[in-house]
Design a protein around this ligand. Structure first.
Ligand code: 0A1
Ligand code: ZN
Length: 879
């Protein structure tokens, strides 16, 4: 392994900036190969800073063109400069103005950080440290300044010029007939990572929103010409988000305009720049022909997420990047609440927990595990993780569960009141809840400090004579690199005790543990709780609504789990029970090496009951009928994973269920919604159920069902149904697959987002030739390695969504992912390092595969010129 290492940034080393920047006046002269940025900073030495302390500004690959202090150019001996740093050696004691002129090349910017062009449109991405790629700056989130931005460009190329805040002035540039300018002013002090500008030839969809105190806000969604008709859902979602945040959190919008720009080349999902959100177009554009119901739900959630950042992130931001969860965990929690209110709350909860378990649990169990608030990093871009976002949201969810909705809201109100306009910390956030509730949250804070998913075990004893039920609970976190031991956490466990008819029993007393409402609070490593007034042995329902991000192991019979699957009044636990039943069954079969088909009888019966139950919400029913995925099963197994065994066993169970319930499945499949398309939750739920039934029918082995799948593809009237059928045709290797793929490609030739799906279906096929196909697709005319969405649709989808072929026994899947990452790294380190996280669970494979994966990682570690982003992931994977 190479020995040169990037510096480690540590939370404990935080100290405030030596200087403050009060105002920033930017003048941006746009040109594709040579954009010139003049930045005038009003600076002031902080009282705590000794006079004469050098001013150290960060840069990223910058070229300095000019430097002036209080109007006079700075002598060469009075500063030092590199592309990465500008140091003013002896700044004045009092306030001063520094003018910095830099030059950048937007067309050469393939990293998509700083200022770049996407399909001809100039745009910026400054989180986390992109602003320093535009100008030298104190590029850290605790330096808050008021920005005025003047943008100048060729009018014919860029009729639209957008900045943060409110528009101030615009017009032609005197003496330059082909150029024009616009000036934007943002009155709200903000950190540099929230700066944005956009310039291009874009179409605009407009609307208006009136805030509850009467402010009229002009809303704009800017897209490529011809895509205006794809913005309706995004605009509708935006207006609903704005109203919801007023009603539920008392947060009102604070500028005269709110603009969203959709670009096709974007590293992440979207960015909450003040008043000027920039989006990956995947989270804006939708119509029934090109977007699935899931896409519609994602658009609604991401639009809301970015909008909600206006308060949780922008008005109140992070003191340093270690506090990232302060804005991200809280804002994910808020967008989850919003979607729950717009749709079915239990269905949303199940979907969120599935994502958490699929992405965050493996991260938290492997070498990339880190606390929700990390204590050190070498590359901050690698910490935009499922742990910071999704586990961070779960921690806020637990806070609400423990405090109750009303006290939680009081804590939020206090947070908004007390910290508006500040860059703050998790401690300050928690203090608001401690104060509003009068509770000591010191022990709760461990959720931010400690990595790893607690395992909670439960053993129960029922004493019929005494009418008592006793539970013995333990909690522990398995050792992790850098965390050999752990402290107990405060774990809220919502519970119910199911009586023989399925209704909850009410104990007369509960002793041994603190109880808040329907919630037991586990605080120690080991605790015993006794319920009295329980004459019959109940079926336990623990962790209702997934009240804490833990793994739960309960000593209980399969029949109890099946009972919960049919009777629990908590929909989350009903869903969880059917998943647990299948997981236990398949893991048992994996342990034994084979599965006896008769073992599946109970599962088939439970699925039969679910299928026949007409009282269930179709969206819920669709989720309950989904077998745990192959990656879920691998995660639950935890070691000696051989993905093809998991695949084969799961397929066997799927076929068994299909054959046992053919008639019911066909009936349900036929209830597919007809008539005009509606992306709302009701119709989407009905489609999900029909397509779930089709998923079983596709493996029934009956010719009629194979014909049905092909027919569903041909007659589909929306993308959800078309893609569901196409996926089955391709993944089950059905005869109509190739023709359907060709049809899909031709039909969607002009929609990049739909074509991403074409790549993804092929990348995730379990067929033995999938890798060869994916390799060939990297050479296809439609593949574009500069477009992150396309790379994710093909290469990432293969490495993270095709467990069997990625982990081929000859190591070719690993080698392919590594080679692609190396190639990408030279162009876009952020996208490359994300790809490499596909190796995060390499130790869980069987020895043949883990040896191969380790070799691949070691050869990556030897590579010359690996970016800091990729080196960080590779080295942490190997630790
Ligand atoms: N803050 C944005 C997402 C985002 C994160 C990191 C980025 O670059 C490293 C870019 C965008 C959000 O939460 O939506
Ligand atoms: Zn966010």
């Amino acid at each position: 392994m190479r020995t040169d290492t990037a510096p480690v940034i540590r939370l404990e080393d935080y100290s405030p900036a030596r200087y403050t920047i009060e105002t920033v006046a930017l003048d941006i002269q746009l040109s594709p190969r040579a954009t010139q940025i003049t930045s005038r900073l009003a600076l002031r030495r902080r009282d705590e800073t000794a006079p004469g302390t050098p001013l150290v500004l960060e840069g990223g690959d910058l070229e300095l063109v000019g430097l002036a202090l209080d109007g006079a150019s700075v002598h060469r001996d009075d500063f030092t400069v590199t592309p990465e740093q500008l140091v003013l050696l002896a700044p004045p004691e009092g306030p001063f103005e520094l003018e910095i002129v830099t030059k950048v090349d937007p067309d050469a910017n393939t990293r998509l950080e700083g200022l770049y062009r996407s399909s001809g449109t100039y745009c910026t991405q400054c989180e986390a440290e992109g602003f320093r790629r535009i100008t030298y700056f104190l590029d850290r989130p605790d330096v808050l300044a008021v920005y005025t931005t003047r943008i100048e460009a060729k009018r014919s190329e860029c009729p639209i010029l957008l900045g943060n805040g409110n528009p101030v002035e615009s017009g032609p540039v005197s003496d330059k007939p082909d150029r024009h300018f616009a000036i934007w002013h943002d009155p709200h002090p903000k950190p540099s990572y929230l700066f944005a500008m956009v310039a291009g030839d874009l179409a605009c969809v407009t609307d208006r929103f009136q805030t509850r105190s009467g402010r009229a806000v002009d809303l704009g969604i800017y897209v490529e010409h011809g895509k205006e008709s794809l913005c309706d859902w995004a605009m509708d979602s935006l207006k609903r988000s704005m109203r919801w945040d007023e009603e539920v959190f008392g947060c009102e919008y604070d500028l005269d305009v709110f603009n969203i720009v959709a670009v096709s080349d974007f590293n992440m999902g979207a960015m909450e720049n003040k008043g000027l959100n920039i989006f990956n177009d995947k989270y804006v554009l939708a119509d029934q022909d090109t977007a699935t119901d899931q896409d519609y739900a994602n658009i609604e959630a991401v639009i809301a997420h970015e909008y909600f950042h206006n308060w949780t992130g922008n008005r109140i931001t992070c003191r340093d990047w270690f506090q990232l969860c302060l804005k991200e965990g809280l804002t994910v929690f808020r967008d989850q609440e919003f979607s729950s209110d717009m749709r079915s709350r239990p269905v949303k909860r199940i979907a969120d927990v599935r994502l958490l378990k699929a992405h965050q649990f493996p991260e938290d169990a492997g070498p990339l595990a880190h606390p929700v608030r990390p204590r050190k990093y070498t590359e901050i871009n690698n910490f935009y993780t499922a742990t910071v976002y999704e586990k961070g949201a779960e921690v806020v969810h637990m806070l609400k569960t423990l405090l109750g909705a009303e006290t939680f809201r009081q804590g939020m109100d206090l947070y908004f009141r007390r910290h508006d306009g500040e860059a703050t910390t998790i401690e300050a956030f928690l203090a608001c809840f401690a104060e509003s509730s009068g509770q000591d949250l010191g022990a709760f804070a461990i959720w931010y400090e400690q990595a790893g998913t607690p395992l909670v075990t439960v053993a129960s004893r029922h004493d019929a004579a005494a009418g008592t039920l006793t539970l013995e609970l333990t909690q522990d976190i398995a050792p992790l690199p850098g965390q050999p031991s752990s402290a107990p956490a405060v774990i809220p466990l919502r519970f119910g005790l199911l009586g023989p008819n399925g209704a909850d029993m009410t104990p007369t007393s509960i002793e041994g543990m603190s109880v808040r409402g329907d919630c037991l609070v586990l605080e120690h490593r080991k605790q015993t709780v006794t319920f009295s007034g329980i004459p019959h042995r109940p079926v336990l329902s623990l962790l209702r609504d997934f009240s804490a991000p833990v793994r739960l192991e309960v000593e209980e019979d399969e029949s109890d789990i099946a009972f919960r699957a049919g009777h629990d009044r908590d929909p989350f636990n009903r869903w969880q029970a059917s998943q647990t039943l299948v997981t236990r069954h398949l893991l048992r079969a994996l342990q034994g090496g084979t599965s006896a088909p008769e073992d599946s009888t109970l599962i088939s019966q439970v699925f039969g009951q679910l299928l026949a139950d007409q009282s269930l919400d179709p969206a819920f029913k669709a989720l309950a009928l989904q077998l745990p995925g192959e990656a879920d099963l691998a995660r639950e197994k935890g070691k000696d994973v051989a993905p093809e065994q998991i695949h084969d066993l799961r397929q066997g169970l799927r076929r068994r269920i299909a054959r046992d319930h053919l008639t019911l499945l066909r009936e349900i499949e036929a209830l597919r919604p007809q008539g005009s398309f509606d992306p709302g939750a009701d119709q989407a739920g009905a489609r999900a159920l029909a397509n779930q039934a089709l998923t079983f029918l596709a493996v029934s082995g009956e010719a009629d069902d194979a014909d049905l799948v092909a027919r569903r593809y041909e007659t589909a009237t929306n993308m959800t149904d078309r893609l569901a059928a196409l996926t089955l045709l391709v993944h089950e290797g059905m005869p109509a697959a190739e023709a359907a793929l060709e049809d899909f490609r031709a039909r969607h030739a002009t929609s990049a987002l739909a074509l991403d799906k074409w790549f993804m279906v092929q990348a995730t096929s379990p067929a033995g030739d999938a890798l060869e196909r994916v390799e060939a697709l990297t050479r296809h005319a439609l593949f574009d390695e500069g477009n992150p969405n396309r790379v994710r649709a093909l290469v990432h989808a293969f490495a993270t969504g095709n467990p069997v072929q990625f982990a081929r026994k000859d190591g070719a899947g690993f080698a392919f992912a590594a080679a692609q990452a190396l190639k990408l790294d030279a162009r876009n380190p952020q996208v490359a390092s994300r790809l490499l996280t596909c190796f995060r669970s390499w130790r869980a494979y069987d020895t043949v595969r883990s040896d191969l994966a380790e070799k691949t990682l070691r050869s990556l570690a030897e590579a010359e010129n690996l970016s800091r982003d990729c080196r960080d992931i590779v080295e942490r994977c190997l630790q």
